[in-house]
Design a protein around this ligand. Structure first.
Ligand code: B3K
Ligand code: ZN
Length: 879
């Protein structure tokens, strides 16, 4: 056990900083055995701080302090205290300059927070609290300062030296060293500081802003990746244009830089003017990246770029406000992706993630509000709730205010708070002030955790021609929160008549021109709505576009769902009806056993989808995906993973058997020749062809296998090569599987991002149990120090290969506990993420949950646990 228990930090204890920093002057001397950091801070007492002046307290972590000087005078050892995690100077004047010299060891930094080395280059990650691993500083986002950064390093090893802002000076030094000085004119919190030093190639591009300023766009990558930059740069230009057009936001510096690094704890980081990316989220070529990767890169490049306004110019007052920048920015990138591709498909993808993973988080032991009230380790709060639910909350505000009102609100927010560190409440207030709308009750979305459940019942009064809909909302208890208040929920709906026609929704019997879709605003625990002039019992299309992040309970019959699949004019709900139908069919096989017959209505629905050429093919490709095992588990009461897996496989095989000819036809119809392009149409066609292939291989179809092998060999793009490989790897065809995997590795072994995909496709396959996973970890390409490798093998096994991870003997759980404990010593952030599957132990049938719980207990009992893992494990085991 730890010697001291980690402390909980509370929002209610927020105090303004006692000292502010106006300017930071940094000098980095980089060497192979460490780095010296000279920092000069211009400090003044905060006029808003209450009471008499207290000591200056700066945060630090893993630093060797070499010298401290105040206003040019070196301080004697008794004039300050270095506690290890704080530098305390008891007596300081109102205004002063403070020089601090620290020594750090980036080459030994395995946590990948602060300054560290990745593939021979120096790079940084400071959000949330990494800057304190570089030098002593008030490491909190409400201290905003102007940074000037001089980097000195060996010129031949590190010809490229980068930091935030503009390069203002460069030159050569003695001993083959050189320096570059960077100046960032915009005050920023230290979490947005960045430094990169390496032997990198530069790809240049440019962008002219709406006001006619020319921006230099630069991308820095290792030489072997020089041909994988175009897509990110193109995405960046599209994002810059979109933010001007949709939000009126223009880029502010003269240079915008993107750097790719292989060892990175997450996807990317929005450092001011110098975005740093995980290589897997920025590098792409037709031969090495799938369509999904191309789309992910476009979204992440845009996300980080959008942070320049939503996060950097207007930042967070404290880390409880994280969703202020993350929820808003996810909403922005999601709308951007919708505009660049298919809006319905994007909505389906976002909702799939939300309902599968965020709902699970919101129902588990780590559930927290979009604005949490407390935390132990902030790194654990970069969650689906902060990001995805936070984005849904912003989306609801946009829908309540309308696009125009929302734009007025965002304009006011950016103007009012430019250069400030603010709260989610400031965001909501700007929306209210710009439109006159009262969002008082709506604010509960930020304060109450848990996914609201809407129980919907209906009655049809034939004599009066009235259709009555009752909606009851209930918000489940979550850790530390019970007896919640009703929330303000926008509920979009439509009604379909007997022939599938949209009916006018007359809330008032006299209404002449009633709309066929309405957004009902739920504010009470229970509402009843009456729709008039309805001549036959309608089929309701509920929560269209997924207008609020809630669970809807309604007793749909299979006939109603099939009807919606055929007729709902809302593409999202058409897809959703198909999913509900498939869930219902799979769940009935979980109960009745996998040999029970499969509902013919499902086969009919899929046949219609496969044979239709008039339906939007992008939507069809989504509708053909069966609900995932993870989603089925989320929906279950006490999930029996084996039964769920078997039932789902059985449905898949049954559909493939009955629809074999249609699948072959879909495959042939959608095979493409000609130039590769990532347009919604082309992506849909590749997806349809690859889905058909995968289904054919579930029934060991000879023709299907031959097609897969041929496609694997002949593909001119990674989507098709990977599609074929995935189909083979997930089939029973052991020989074909091994041959394809070997050939794939031979071809791509020098490309780490593709090797990660090669690991992941194996780790996710039901054909591979624990032995195979352990063998992958012995492979020479596996690397404990590289988070992507850890995620692509261990993370994928525990998160996607569910039947094998949840093997009845508990071996998967023990295995995961061991890996978490091993990793916790070197990279606590990644270790804490890896625990996630175990935290859901209460969700599973007793045979599973006791093993999961024991695995958590084993981790809990390890001595010297990091704060990251400590928090997750203790909260998961709490009663
Ligand atoms: N803001 C970063 C995430 C930082 C995570 C720190 N543990 C990336 C993003 O959301 O854009
Ligand atoms: Zn972000």
């Amino acid at each position: 056990m730890r010697s001291t228990q980690p402390q909980t930090i509370y929002l209610s204890e927020y105090r303004v900083p006692e000292y502010l920093i106006d300017d930071v002057d940094l000098r980095f001397s980089l060497f192979e055995d460490g780095a010296r950091v000279h920092s000069t801070l211009t400090v003044r007492r905060n006029p808003e701080a209450k009471g008499t002046a207290g000591p200056l307290t700066l945060d630090g972590d893993s630093l060797t302090l070499e010298a401290v000087a105040l206003d040019g005078q070196t301080l004697a050892g008794d004039a300050y205290e270095d506690t290890g995690d704080q530098l305390i100077i008891p007596r300081v004047p109102e205004r002063f300059s403070l020089e601090v010299v620290t020594w750090i060891e980036p080459q030994n930094n395995t946590r990948l927070e602060g300054l560290y080395k990745s593939s021979g280059m120096f790079c940084t990650q400071c959000e949330a609290e990494g800057f304190r691993c570089i030098t002593f500083y008030p490491d909190r986002p409400d201290v905003m300062a102007r940074f000037r950064t001089r980097i000195e390093a060996d010129k031949s090893r590190y010809p490229v030296l980068l930091s935030n802002g503009n390069d203002v000076e460069r030159g050569d030094l003695a001993d083959g060293r050189h320096f570059v000085t960077w100046e960032d004119p915009f005050p920023k919190p230290c979490y947005l500081f960045a430094l990169v030093a390496g032997d990198l190639v530069e790809k240049r591009d440019g962008f002219r802003t709406q006001s006619g300023r020319d921006i230099d766009l630069r991308m820095y990558v290792e030489p072997r990746n020089a041909d994988k930059c175009d897509h990110a740069l193109d995405s960046l230009k599209r994002a810059m244009r979109w933010d001007e057009e949709v939000y009126g936001r223009e880029y502010d510096l003269d240079i915008f830089m993107i750097v790719a690094v292989d060892d990175f704890n997450m996807g990317a980081m929005e450092n001011k003017g110098l975005n740093i990316f995980n290589s897997s989220c920025v590098l792409a070529s037709q031969d090495t990246a799938t369509d999904a990767t191309f789309q992910r890169i476009e979204a992440i490049v845009a996300h980080e770029y959008f942070h320049n306004w939503s996060g950097n110019r207007v930042t967070c007052r404290d880390w409880f406000q994280l969703s202020l920048k993350e929820g808003f920015t996810v909403f922005r990138d999601s709308e951007f992706s919708a505009d660049m591709g298919s809006p319905t498909v994007k909505r389906i993808e976002d909702v799939t993630l939300l309902r599968t993973a965020q709902f699970a988080e919101d129902a588990g032991p780590m559930a927290h509000p979009v604005r949490p009230a407390s935390y132990m380790e902030i790194s654990n709060f970069y969650t689906l709730t902060i990001y995805e639910k936070g984005a849904e909350v912003v989306r609801m505000i946009r829908n309540l205010l309308g696009a125009e009102g929302f734009r007025k609100g965002s304009d006011l927010y950016f103007e009012r708070h430019d250069g400030q560190a603010v709260t989610t409440d400031d965001f909501v207030r700007a929306m209210e002030d710009a439109t006159g709308r009262d969002l008082g009750q709506f604010r509960l979305w930020y304060e109450q955790a848990g996914t609201p459940v809407l129980a919907v019942t209906d009655e049809y009064d034939e004599a009066r021609g009235v259709y009555r809909l009752s909606i009851e909302q209930r918000i489940p208890d979550t850790p530390g929160q019970s007896h919640k208040k009703p929330q303000h929920i926008p509920f979009a709906l439509g009604l379909l008549g007997e022939g599938g026609e949209p009916l006018p929704l007359r809330l008032d019997p006299e209404e002449a021109h009633a709309p066929t879709e309405r957004v009902l605003e739920l504010t009470e625990a229970r509402h009843t709505f009456e729709f008039h002039g309805v001549s036959a019992r309608p089929v309701p299309s509920l929560l269209r576009h997924f207008s609020a992040p809630v669970r809807v309970q309604y007793a749909w019959s299979r006939e109603q769902l099939l009807f919606l699949v055929r007729h709902d004019p809302d593409g999202f709900n058409r897809w959703d009806a198909g999913q509900r139908l498939a869930v219902d069919v799979i769940q009935s096989l979980v109960v009745a056993g996998p040999d029970a017959p499969v509902e013919p209505a499902l086969v009919t629905a899929f046949r219609e989808l496969l044979t239709s050429t008039t339906l939007d093919q992008a939507l069809v490709s989504k509708m053909l995906q069966l609900p995932s095992e993870a989603y089925l588990i989320e929906l279950a009461e006490a999930a029996d993973v084996t039964a769920i897996h078997k039932a789902r496989e059985q449905v898949l095989r049954q559909l493939a058997t009955e629809l074999r000819d249609e699948l072959l036809a879909v495959y042939q119809r959608n095979r493409q020749s000609g130039d590769y392009a990532v347009t919604p149409e082309a992506v849909a066609r590749r997806s349809l062809a690859n889905t058909a292939l995968a289904w054919l291989l579930t029934i060991n179809d000879d023709e299907g296998r031959a097609l897969a092998e041929a496609q694997f060999r002949q593909a001119d793009n990674m989507t098709d090569r990977m599609g074929a490989l995935r189909a083979l790897v997930h089939s029973d065809q052991a020989e074909a599987r091994t041959a394809a995997l070997d050939a794939f590795y031979q071809r791509y072994q020098d490309d780490p991002q593709v090797v990660e995909m090669w690991f992941a496709v194996q780790a996710s396959s039901h054909a591979n149990g624990l032995d195979a996973i352990q063998a992958l970890m012995q492979h020479p390409a596996f690397d404990w120090k590289n988070p992507n490798k850890v995620r692509s093998v261990i993370g994928v096994f525990a998160g996607q290969n569910l039947a094998r991870f949840h093997e009845a003997d508990g071996s998967g759980y023990r295995f995961l506990a061991e890996q978490v404990m091993r990793l916790d010593d070197s990279n606590p952030q990644i270790a804490a993420r890896l625990v996630t599957p175990l935290t859901r132990w209460r969700k599973f049938a007793p045979g599973h949950s006791s093993g999961m719980r024991s695995a958590l207990e084993r981790i809990r009992d390890k001595s010297g646990l990091s704060r990251d893992v400590y928090e997750v494990v203790h909260k998961s085991l709490a009663d």
